[in-house]
Write a protein that binds this ligand. Sequence first.
Ligand code: AMP
Length: 467
Amino acid sequence: MQFKDLGLSPNLLSAISDAGYDTPTPIQAGAIPIALTGRDVLGIAQTGTGKTASFTLPMIERLSRGRARARMPRSLILAPTRELAAQVAENFETYTKNHKMNMALLIGGVSFEPQKRILDQGADVLIATPGRLIDHFERGGLLLTGVEILVIDEADRMLDMGFIPDIERILKLLPPRRQTLFFSATMPAEIQRLVNTFLKDPERVEVTRPAQTAETITQYILKTADNQPKTKREALRAAINRDGVKNGIIFCNRKRDVDIVARSLQRHGFSAAPIHGDLDQSQRTKTLAEFKSGELRLLVASDVAARGLDIPAVSHVFNVDIPRNADDYVHRIGRTGRAGMKGESVTLVTPEDKKALAAVSKLIGGEPKTLELDGIEAAKADAPEKAATSGDEKPKSRRGGRKPKVAKDEATAEPKAEAHKAEAPVEVSAEKPKSSRRRSRTDTEDNAPAVRGFGDHVPEFLLRSAL
Ligand code: AMP
């Protein structure tokens, strides 16, 4: 099947072709023809399946006829996070290049006035996070009675983040005669209830990740001698310096550590930057763009900040801390091994992490392989990080060619030159971000409610690729 078989117009097909695509993904092939007829769609698909274009393309087609009126957007897309909303907006920009279409983005961190102006002129497409939309609505800048198409993206994450009351409120402001395209990776009872209440006879389109992903993730654990931050950072550097690490996302459990790890990596000469909720929007957007373009090699993130980000082609995922919630492990490693590319995950495991490792192993159906790297000792009583003052002190162990003893199929890449720097111990106290100075109560992703991940639904591909 090709895009031209889906009933899309030549203008749109040419934009799709310019974006480099000719074959629709399964969710696109399933959802687009139904959405084009005006029927409701219940799409069950995760990020990475091409689900965004499965609603943006039919929307553009349907909205290409007719004009928007002032303050009355013709379509509304609700997304749980700013980043996801921004990605949807990018998608529209890509595919509307041959159309005249007004799009407004209502998210925190984007200035209010220009967005209000677009709304005043008449927006064909309004993309918003629920809170920001309600803000605008309450200020009277917006009427939702002209919405012909509603999209709810990542509904289960909306649930995780406590947005369902907002969604229900928004849904009641919309005209009953509209098309609803509803997307969720999983279908917990609360989401099913929403679907039953607010969708009309939806066609269900369900996809799993492409099968080839299954065989493409190799999971490792790297045991460290202790749980000291320095020990872990050294192990992390050794893991990054292995052959074949093109780029990667590095996960920390605590937001505070995201900054510390990013700073430490920078000091050691790595191309690394943090992404978390305390950074302002423009900084996050910039970091993400640099990572996508390849300018930035390592993105250090917390679970909440990374959730839903569209980051194609990541060769590696590193877990500085094994996640407290085993579901998060599944989410994290799902960032690599996409679209048929090979991917690896390396999770640092300290002697204190036995319980968390057992939880992860139970969820994925077995313990990941143990990675052994020169210079990184597991469970040695005391493994002080040698405070080398010159990079020459440990020429071999600092070099990029640390080969895992268990990985036989490593690509032979050039050793990385960037980590030859001398040890530069990171002083935690000097690097504390503003937010953590104030707070000692909790170290988890502070502003975000607990996120549930896949819950009972662990994608097949992960179960199969666990060992
Ligand atoms: P999504 O699931 O919408 O976040 O999309 C995941 C990635 O797949 C994005 O980087 C898209 O650019 C890419 N993508 C979308 N549609 C296609 C397609 N038909 N063929 C190949 N890649 C696609």
